[in-house]
Design a binder for this molecule. Structure first.
Ligand SMILES: *[C@@H]1O[C@H](CO)[C@@H](O)[C@H](O)[C@H]1NC(C)=O
Ligand SMILES: *[C@@H]1O[C@H](CO)[C@@H](O)[C@H](O)[C@H]1NC(C)=O
Ligand SMILES: *[C@@H]1O[C@H](CO)[C@@H](O)[C@H](O)[C@H]1NC(C)=O
Ligand SMILES: *[C@@H]1O[C@H](CO)[C@@H](O)[C@H](O)[C@H]1NC(C)=O
Ligand SMILES: *[C@@H]1O[C@H](CO)[C@@H](O)[C@H](O)[C@H]1NC(C)=O
Ligand SMILES: *[C@@H]1O[C@H](CO)[C@@H](O)[C@H](O)[C@H]1NC(C)=O
Length: 503
C-alpha cells in the first residue's frame, strides 16, 4: 500500500471541497485542506500502511492497489449518437457577464457512451480576433475529480472571473482565448457537470478510461464543430492532468497511426505543475519544503535517512519524520505557500474583482455562481448540484508517465513542461528532478525570460524535444497568480518559439 506525499496533498483539495459540500463552511476550505494533509499523514503513520485505517472518503477516491499500467484504448465505436448541435450549444450570454464581449461561447454535453448514458460537459470560447486561424486548445484540470470549467475557466485562464457577489462576472484581460480557441472539458463523468446515467461508472473511473472517454469526446466534438477538424490542436492542463495530458496525447497519436490518417491534428502538449513521476515528485516536495524554510534540518535529514519513496512500503521512522514535518509546516495554503487563506464568510455584497490580484475566496464565488439555476440554464445543463471537485472511485494510476512523455517527443509532438515556482503541492523541484531523470541534451541553456521592461517572467531551459519554463511568483494554479506571465508563456508555446529573452 503506497500513499504518496504528493497524492496526499492533491487529494486534500478534493477532500476539502467534498467536505464543504457536506455543509462545512466553505470559507474554511483551505484550512480544511491543510488539516486534511495532517490527518492523512498521521493516519498513515498510525495505520502502518493498512488501507483500513484511512479515512473512508479517501479510499473512495483512489484504489492504490491498482497502480496498473496505462494502455491506450482503441475503442471500436468512437462515433456516438448525439443529441446536441453547435447551434443549440451557443450561449447567448452568461448571467452577469460584462457588456460588449466580442467572442462566441458554447456549452453542452457530448455523449461518449450512448449505451451507458455517459456524457461529458464542455465550455468552449472562441478568440475575439482571428478565431478562424488561431489554434484549438484543450484545457484539463486534475484532482482527479476537479472541474476544468469551475477551476480552469472561472479562476484561471478563462475569459471571465466571478465577482465576490457570486452573481456577476468580470473580464480576464489575460484570458488564453486571446491567442487560441479554448475547450474546457470536465472529465471524467462524475466531475463538474459531466455525468453518467449508469452511476456505477463513478466507482471505477481511472486514467485509462479517462483517456478513452476524452478521446471519444474530442472526435465527436469535432463532428459538431467541423470547422476545427484540421486545426492545429494542443492539449494543456495542470496538476493531476500531468497524467491526463500525455495519456490523451498518446491515445490520439495511436489512433492516427492505426487509421493511417490525421484524425486529430495534435501538435503539442503543455503541462503545468504536473504529477509526472512519483519518486521524483516526492523528493522534490521534501527538498522544496526544506529550501523554502518550511521544515527543520532535523526532519529533512530524517526523511532523507529513512524514507524510500520508490518502495511500496514505508517505515515507522520515515512516517515519524513525515508527520513531524507536517506539524512543522503549520497551516499554510500548500498550492501557493505565500498566499493568504480565504478569510471571509462566502460571497460578499460588494463586487470588486481584479484579475491582477487573486482573491483567495474565488472558489466560493464560483460555487455560488455555478449553482444558480439561471446560470445552469444558460450553460444548457440539467439542474445539478455542482462541485469544484468530486469523489470518484479510481482504478488505475501508474506511478510514472515519463515513458509516455518520451514517446510523444519521439513522435515529434511539442512538449512543454511549465511550473509556478511557489507551489508546494507539485513543486518546481519535483518537476526539475523528473525532467533531469530523462537525461536530455540541452539545446538552449537556461536564461531569464521577460514580459516587459526589466521584469523577469521566469526562466527557460530548452532541451532536445522538451522545453522547461518557470513562471516566477506563481503557485500551483499558474494563471490565477500570474495571469499576464501565463499568457505570454502559453502564446510562445503555441507559436513554437521560446519565451522572449528581452523586452
Ligand atoms: C484500458 O481500456 C481498454 C478499453 O476501454 C481495455 O481494453 C484495457 O484493458 C484497459 N487497460 C487497462 C490497463 O485497464
Ligand atoms: C440520461 O438519462 C436522461 C433521462 O432519461 C436522458 O434525458 C439523457 O439523454 C440520458 N443521457 C445520455 C447521455 O444518454
Ligand atoms: C490577427 O492576425 C493578424 C494577421 O496575422 C495579425 O496581424 C493580428 O495581430 C492578429 N490579431 C491578434 C489579436 O492576434
Ligand atoms: C497510408 O497512407 C498513405 C497516403 O495517405 C498511403 O500511401 C499508404 O499506403 C497508407 N498505408 C497503409 C498501410 O495503408
Ligand atoms: C511490503 O510489506 C508487505 C507486508 O509486510 C510485504 O508482503 C511486501 O513484500 C513488502 N513490499 C516491499 C516492496 O517491500
Ligand atoms: C479574518 O481575519 C481577521 C483578522 O485577522 C479576524 O479578526 C477575523 O475574525 C477573520 N474573519 C473570519 C471570518 O475568519
Amino acid at each position: 500500500m503506497k500513499l504518496t506525499l504528493v497524492t496526499r496533498l492533491l487529494l486534500a483539495l478534493c477532500l476539502t471541497l467534498l467536505a464543504s459540500s457536506l455543509s462545512f463552511s466553505e470559507a474554511n476550505d483551505h484550512q480544511l485542506a491543510d488539516n486534511a494533509i495532517k490527518r492523512l499523514i498521521k493516519s498513515r503513520s498510525r495505520s502502518k500502511n493498512s488501507p483500513a485505517a484511512l479515512p473512508r472518503s479517501f479510499k473512495k477516491i483512489i484504489n492504490f492497489n491498482a497502480r496498473k499500467e496505462y494502455s491506450p484504448a482503441v475503442r471500436s465505436s468512437i462515433y456516438q449518437p448525439q443529441t446536441g448541435s453547435m447551434e443549440q450549444d451557443k450561449i447567448n450570454a452568461l448571467p452577469g457577464q460584462p457588456n460588449g464581449i466580442g467572442f462566441n461561447q458554447y456549452a453542452g454535453y457530448v455523449t461518449v457512451d450512448a449505451q451507458a448514458g455517459r456524457a461529458l460537459f464542455y465550455y468552449f470560447v472562441e478568440s475575439p480576433e482571428n478565431s478562424s486561424t488561431n489554434p484549438l486548445v484543450l484545457w484539463l484540470n486534475g484532482g482527479p475529480g476537479c472541474s476544468s470549467f469551475g477551476n480552469g475557466a472561472m479562476t484561471e485562464l478563462g475569459p471571465f472571473r466571478v465577482n465576490s457577489d457570486g452573481k456577476t462576472l468580470f473580464q480576464n484581460e489575460y484570458a488564453w482565448n486571446n491567442v487560441a480557441n479554448v475547450i474546457f472539458l470536465e472529465s471524467p463523468a462524475g466531475v463538474g457537470f459531466s455525468y453518467s446515467n449508469t452511476t456505477s461508472d463513478y466507482d471505477h473511473a481511472g486514467d485509462n478510461s479517462t483517456a478513452a472517454d476524452s478521446y471519444t469526446f474530442l472526435v465527436n466534438w469535432l463532428e459538431r464543430f467541423p470547422q476545427y477538424k484540421n486545426r492545429d490542436f494542443f492539449i494543456t492542463g495542470e496538476s493531476y492532468a500531468g497524467h491526463y495530458v500525455p495519456q490523451l496525447a498518446d491515445t490520439i497519436v495511436s489512433h492516427n497511426k492505426v487509421a493511417n490518417q490525421t484524425i486529430i491534428n495534435l501538435k503539442g502538449v503543455a503541462i503545468g505543475n504536473g504529477v509526472l513521476n512519483d519518486p521524483t515528485d516526492e523528493w522534490g516536495a521534501v527538498d522544496f519544503y526544506w529550501s523554502h524554510a518550511l521544515i527543520s534540518d532535523e526532519s529533512y535529514k530524517g526523511i532523507h535517512t529513512y524514507c524510500d519513496f520508490t518502495s511500496e512500503n514505508s517505515t515507522e521512522q520515515c512516517d515519524k519524520f513525515l508527520s513531524q514535518s507536517s506539524d512543522e509546516i503549520g497551516d499554510i495554503f500548500g498550492y501557493n505557500i505565500y498566499a493568504p487563506f480565504c478569510n471571509g464568510t462566502g460571497t460578499q455584497g460588494n463586487p470588486s474583482g481584479s484579475v491582477n490580484e487573486f482573491d483567495p475566496c474565488s472558489r466560493d464565488y464560483v460555487n455560488t455562481y455555478l449553482n444558480s439555476p439561471q446560470v445552469q440554464t444558460a450553460l444548457h445543463v440539467n439542474p445539478t448540484k455542482w462541485s469544484s471537485c468530486s469523489a470518484i472511485g479510481w482504478t488505475d494510476s501508474p506511478p510514472t508517465v515519463l515513458p509516455l512523455i518520451k514517446d510523444l517527443m519521439a513522435n515529434g509532438i511539442r512538449v512543454w513542461i511549465y511550473s509556478g515556482d511557489i507551489d508546494g503541492v507539485v513543486p518546481i523541484t519535483s518537476t526539475r528532478y523528473s525532467i533531469s531523470s530523462l537525461n536530455l541534451p540541452i539545446k538552449t541553456p537556461w536564461y531569464p525570460w521577460y514580459i516587459n521592461a526589466n521584469e523577469v517572467g521566469g526562466y527557460v531551459e530548452g532541451y532536445e524535444g522538451l522545453t522547461f519554463v518557470t513562471v516566477r511568483g506563481a503557485g500551483h494554479f499558474v494563471p490565477s497568480y500570474q495571469p499576464k506571465r501565463a499568457l505570454v508563456m502559453i502564446a510562445s508555446f503555441l507559436q513554437g518559439i521560446l519565451p522572449p529573452s528581452e523586452s
